[in-house]
Design a protein around this ligand. Structure first.
Ligand SMILES: *Cc1c(COP(=O)(O)O)cnc(C)c1O
Length: 426
């Protein structure tokens, strides 16, 4: 038996993969190393990564400066508890994040994953209203087709259909949902487009702690790019009716859409913002919930006088170092021009898909390319074909999408888009 077969046998018998069934015949592929934009499989094949490991690995893999910074931190201290202690990586990262995020966001809460950052955001909103003597405000308003994570609170604001709310009906809080934005990115938002949102807000505002949304790009829930004016209207309505706005930038943050944060397309600032995924350049798991001084002061001065959350691995020094280094690399690079280059490459490379009979829509924003098929793709065959073409892509449902590492060169980008064009044609 080859090494690869041995790994796969044990994997198949004992390990759950994301959203998977044990005993499933969907393949998994053993990766033994990764460098730049290439993943190396146990059988020696190399694949060009079109996924950035789910939005994360923006500088590619095995990056020399990232490795060096992490090695140095490892030799100083890999972890220390955050209760009653602090350390340079956390402090420097917090200062950096306060600097680069919208101005009103001034306080930083560290956690381990995106889902938890969303839980923390929701708890902040609830505790804020509690402190303000409006303890009834414990529910959230959101749009359909959103995705905010897999823990119960985060799930409650995910799309009710794709998030399978029916399975968990007795434990999930019933939130308020309106239709997903139908006005597209680059276009206007008409009065009608925002009407159902406005109605839901007006009718339920005394119960609503906050609106929760992904800014501009609804990622996992359908790769929907919506109008910046819609987000502006949401911000205005939240202000008019005194409701907080939580923006989930976990997928969109760190330049993926062409702005450092997607809310900048609309020039709006949230009251609470979640970041994760690309935060550490894909090296380690870390997420952050940022909020305003108004909210953190209210929570701190209200009852019980503390914010009720504190993960064991809060502000892990290695993860903070990875984030700090990743942000420095990004800011030191000509990232605006680079994302434009990738956007152009995706537009050009995917343009041939547009007139394919199986294709519903092709859209590109920043370093995100989406080919929406008319039918669901067959995961097993399409994955095998991509691997045979030397690329790593992982479609879901009707969506074949690309979000390559920012360091990808034009030739490798062309390989990715050509693989997509060829594979969906047959
Ligand atoms: C991935 C994602 C999450 C969840 O992050 P995890 O790290 O997987 O828990 C939340 N919100 C958005 C927008 C995401 O894309």
């Amino acid at each position: 038996m080859t090494y690869s077969d041995e790994l796969l046998n044990i994997d198949k018998r004992h390990i759950w993969h994301p959203y998977s069934a044990m005993g499933s015949d969907l393949p998994v592929y053993p990766v033994v190393s990764a460098d730049g934009v290439r993943l190396k499989l146990a059988d020696g094949r190399e694949l060009i990564d079109g996924m950035s490991s789910w939005w994360c690995a923006i500088h590619g893999y095995n990056h020399p400066e990232m490795n060096q910074a992490l090695n140095e931190q490892l030799n100083r201290m890999s972890h220390v508890m955050f209760g009653g202690l602090t350390h340079p990586p956390a402090v420097e990262l917090a200062r950096q994040l306060v600097d680069i995020t919208p101005e009103p966001l001034q306080t930083v809460f560290f956690s381990d994953s995106g889902s938890v950052a969303v839980e923390v955001a929701m708890k902040m909103a609830i505790q804020y209203w509690h402190a303000k003597g409006q303890a009834k405000r414990q529910r959230f308003l959101t749009v359909r087709c959103g995705y905010h994570g897999d823990t119960l609170g985060a799930m409650s604001v995910c799309d009710p259909v794709t998030g399978m709310h029916s399975l968990f009906s007795d434990v999930l809080t019933k939130q308020f949902f309106v239709e997903a934005p139908t006005c597209h990115f680059g276009g206007p938002c008409q009065t009608d487009d925002i009407e159902s949102f406005k109605q839901a807000l007006l009718e339920n505002k005394n119960e609503i702690a906050a609106v929760v949304m992904e800014p501009i790009v609804q990622a996992t829930g359908g790769m929907n790019f919506y109008s910046a004016e819609y987000l502006q209207r949401v911000r205005q309505l939240c202000d008019e009716h005194n409701v907080l706005l939580i923006l989930d930038e976990i997928a969109t943050g760190f330049a993926r859409t062409g702005k450092l944060f997607a809310c900048e397309h609309a020039d709006v600032a949230p009251d609470i913002m979640c970041i994760g995924k690309a935060l550490t350049g894909g090296y380690l798991t870390l997420a952050v919930t940022l909020t305003t001084k108004i909210i953190s002061d209210a929570i701190s001065q209200g009852q019980p006088g503390v914010f009720m959350h504190g993960p064991t691995f809060m502000a892990n020094p290695l993860a903070c170092t990875a984030a700090l280094t990743s942000i420095r690399l990004l800011l030191a690079s000509p990232w605006q021009d680079n994302i434009k280059r990738i956007e152009q490459g995706l537009l050009k490379g995917l343009s041939n898909c547009c007139d394919d009979k199986n294709v519903q829509d092709v859209r590109v924003l920043g370093a995100i390319g989406v080919v929406q098929m008319k039918q669901n793709v067959d995961m097993k065959t399409i994955s095998e074909k991509f691997i045979e073409s030397g690329v790593w892509l992982r479609p879901f449902g009707k969506l074949v999408y690309l979000m390559p590492p920012y360091i990808i060169n034009n030739d490798d980008l062309t390989c990715l888009t050509q693989a997509v064009t060829n594979v969906i044609r047959c």
